[in-house]
Design a protein around this ligand. Structure first.
Ligand code: HEC
Ligand code: HEC
Length: 338
């Protein structure tokens, strides 16, 4: 509903009798209060410079689902980031226009307002700088921001939304990036069984509890904090992506000690995000745990936690069952719309 702040125009017309500039009519576009769960890490500093608003988020959500972002109008952001899969796509490596296969597995889009680094290699530090990457990437949307703007700029629904969100109907790259980021900032998952147990609304089964204990001993040093990632980059000896473009964090820093290191993934909603690993090496959670147990690949920069423990995380079959039961308590059915 439009609420036109009439008094602004009254004040203006008093100040200057000739001013009838209709742009001065402000549309009520309230900020959306982010529901920040207790114990979460602090917000990424950029959120305060682009606070989600009612229409900013609505616009961002619409853009996120718009297939005109791709050269041939077949792929939207949400083609790869599907809500029911916690905003992933079930492919080992992302599939873009014309069936082109990308370098990496699609990560979930959740709790990004609390992250300091984006992408597997942390190549982006600010969410507003991210959307251009898929738009121009050959294996993703293979388009350009000018093409996208040309396709949507005369759409009446967009004109209205851009105006409501940003005060005027012009469609600019900056507004596109900002509104998509605003939408993403609102994607907060913190209502899993694990969260409910923490809030003392329910309790773990025996198996989940045992899994939680094993998790704290053997996994939580990296899958730390309420995000279940400490946001560090580590080489944990997963099977290697032989694509010559892949170097993990080393791609960003150029430092040998970062070669094939990847950002520790959040394990929230991990039940919905198979396959696993930076290029989907593992089809299910059991396969990841079997791999840890059997032993990982050695490397000069293999993480000390593995290096100093015989390059493996020993796990009994019972521990694996319990760990999987625990990881499934991180599923937030409300978040994935189930
Ligand atoms: C073809 C599939 C595909 C499309 C289309 C796509 N993405 Fe992604 N997205 C990916 C992959 C793969 C990555 C990981 C890239 C990397 O690590 O280098 C990713 C990473 C991201 C991230 C970082 C998530 C994190 O956990 O750090 C965000 C945010 C994101 N995409 C948003 C978008 C937006 C917004 C669009 C539309 C403008 C979009 N994506 C389109 C596959 C896709
Ligand atoms: C030394 C840090 C470290 C430890 C300890 C660790 N992980 Fe991870 N984990 C990572 C990193 C880094 C990745 C991503 C690696 C890659 O793709 O190359 C990962 C990936 C995963 C994945 C795949 C997630 C996805 O979305 O692709 C799962 C599941 C997982 N870990 C579970 C566990 C469990 C369970 C334990 C304990 C038994 C554990 N991890 C111990 C760092 C660690």
């Amino acid at each position: 509903m439009k609420k036109i702040i009439v008094f602004i125009s009254i004040v203006l017309s008093l100040a200057s009798c000739s001013n009838e500039d209709s742009d001065m009519i402000a549309i009520d576009n309230p900020e959306i209060a982010l529901n920040i769960p207790s114990d979460f890490p602090k917000l990424n500093a950029f959120v305060s410079q682009n606070k989600p608003t009612k229409y900013g988020v609505e616009l961002g959500e619409k853009l996120f689902a718009d297939k005109r972002f791709s050269a041939d109008n077949t792929i939207s952001c949400s083609s790869c980031h599907i809500q029911a899969n916690a905003f992933t796509d079930q492919h080992a490596q992302a599939v873009g226009i014309e069936g082109r296969i990308g370098l990496r597995n699609t990560p979930s889009i959740q709790n990004l307002a609390f992250m300091k680094f984006y992408n597997w290699d942390g190549s982006k530090l600010q969410l507003e700088n991210q959307p251009l990457v898929p738009i121009i990437t050959h294996e993703e949307m293979d388009s350009s921001i000018l093409d996208v703007i040309n396709k949507i700029k005369d759409d009446a629904v967009y004109k209205d939304l851009f105006k409501k969100a940003f005060g005027d109907e012009s469609v600019t790259p900056d507004k596109i990036y900002k509104s998509i980021a605003q939408f993403e900032y609102t994607l907060i998952s913190a209502n899993s069984k694990y969260d409910k147990v923490k809030r003392k609304e329910t309790s773990f089964t025996e198996s989940e509890l045992q899994g939680f204990q094993t998790f704290q001993q053997k996994c939580a040093s990296c899958h730390a904090t309420e995000l279940f990632t400490d946001q560090s980059f580590r080489n944990i000896g997963f099977p290697l992506n032989t694509d010559t473009n892949e170097a993990g964090r080393g791609r960003v820093t150029g430092i040998p000690s970062d070669f094939m290191s990847f950002r520790v993934p959040s394990l929230r909603n991990v039940e919905y995000t198979a396959p696993y690993g930076s290029f989907g090496q593992f089809s299910n959670l059991r396969a990841v745990l079997d791999y840890f147990d059997n032993g990982v690949l050695d490397a000069d920069n293999l993480d000390p936690i593995f290096k100093e423990n015989g390059k493996r995380i020993p796990l009994t079959e019972q521990e694996k069952d319990n760990l999987i039961a625990f990881m499934k308590t991180l599923s937030d059915t409300q978040f994935v719309g189930k």
